[in-house]
Write a protein that binds this ligand. Sequence first.
Ligand code: SF4
Length: 634
Amino acid sequence: MNGLHHGQTGEEKRLSQLRTDLEELPRRPGVYLMKDASGAVLYVGKAEDLRARVRQYFQRSEKGDGRFHVAFLVPRIQDVEVIVTTSPREALILEDTLIKKHQPRYNVRLKDDKSWLSMRLDPKEKWPRPTLVRRWKDDGARYFGPYLDELNSRKVQRLLSRTVPLRTCSDAVFRAHSERPCIEHQMGRCAAPCVGYINRVEYAKLVDEAVLLLEGRTRTLQGRLKERMEAASAELRYEDAGRIRDNIRLLQRLGERQSAQVPGLSDRDVFGLHREGQLAAVTILPIREGRMQDVRAFDFRSALEEDDEFLGRLIAQIYSPTVPAPGEILVPCAIDDSKGRAELLSEVAGRRVRIVQPRRGAGKRLIDIARENAQVRFRAAHSRAERAEQALFGIQRALHMDRLPRRIECYDNSNIQGSDPVGAMVTFKDGVPWKKGYRTFQIKGVSGPDDYATMKEVLLRRLKRSTSDDPAWALPELILIDGGRGQLAQVVAVCHEIGLALHRSDAEAPTAGVHLAAIAKPRPGEPTDKVYQPGRANPVALRARNPGLHLLQQLRDEAHRFAVRYHRKRRTKRTLSSELDSIPGVGPATRKRLLRHFGSIQRIRAASLTDLGQVQGVGPRTAEAIQRSLATGS
Ligand code: SF4
């Protein structure tokens, strides 16, 4: 075991000391534990080459190697401890054990899941009973679910109590009925172990049937129930036999109605993942005996690892000796060390388990269904405000802002070959549109199609208003413009002209002030939009999965829509005005009234003389002149 310890003498010294110490790490497989100043384990990872792997965290910058969780992790690391193992496989096992033991904050943890209900059944209890619970514990019990919603979980509970007569009472109620069973028995829903109407061997068979039902193996269960029905009939327990027959029919009907058939497919679990920043939802579609069962779902509020590590470690936590993995696990992306993980799952399950990433065919279609379900679960589990917060956080990190961009303004221009140029400003507060902060600008000082000059005029007029008391003109944390370096330079010039302090993100001399950025569409071959900032030579390419990128795109699109709408409105008004201009008897006031009354030139053209006469200032002669003029187009 290696330990790297340091005194706390400033951020730079800490990082540089850590980097030096990392050079001493062995180039061997093993596990590393990253710890904070209090010694708490923040993160556990495994590596085939410990030195190379741990160095990655500190290589490119203080913000880490680009992986999502690294930016959160690196500033908090005070100590790195490594444990050398004899093989990568041993490292994988040790990593799982240490994650379970330390529950590190930056590793995915199943217990963080704010899941809805799961069914718990512990076959080791003397008289097991199924209960709905919200948390999975490492207690040797079997857990089924979590179900997609509360309704589904209650449905499963009802079906179970109707088909398998296990006790549902608490231990206290169980003891209190040692002489007489409760009404559950009279209703045929409990075999009444409390009074010894069933022995433990027979009760254990019922527990097996419950497991079959909860696993979705309803065909096998129907076979078992048939055997029980025949035995009851042979023993002349016709009432019991009739009840079991009804249950078999119920299962048959449910099977036909509820589960989609997936012919030719063996037992498998299909994973779907949807995430935005640290928020994530994972769904599992279990397929058993050729039928798709109810979707299971988990959601997470601090999913920091990359998708491959996140899903790999989640799979390791979901399956256990009591929840063995099915023969195949379909995943939406490559999984960290999928071969090693599949081997471990195979050992635990006692049969071969494969982890597969299907790229086409039936498997791919199942993955798409699982992903869609994950999206649905995501929206249900994480509020709009929570998602918006993630997006703001994503922007703050990507643009190195000194605060969250709670208020963002975005600008765009619109004109057609220089005619009727307009500018538009839209404002988002806390990540959502704030219509009170929308403004349009009719461009006065620019002739011809000059995007730069238009942008300059808009920003100049807007920023001069920032001293006003009107909250709609208060300065935002971030000004975003649709464009590239050229447009950005214009806005920087405007800020200098009016003496507005800008935040410079240059590492050497960061200064306080308004943050400025320009978002430009990617060129062919580039993965995502680029964001330019003053003082930064290269644009920032936000990762496609950064929710901040989606928010910036949304702002850009909204500004574009608003600018185009305003431009159209102005153009239509001008066209209408010019058509009405030349009609004798129609002055500016009448023209305005006509436009207000009819709304469009088509409607004025279609209007009868009586309709036209209803507009103030339009007499019979003017109405005739309007009709004549618009009919000939003269
Ligand atoms: S019959 Fe007995 S064991 Fe069954 S639910 Fe009632 S009290 Fe519990």
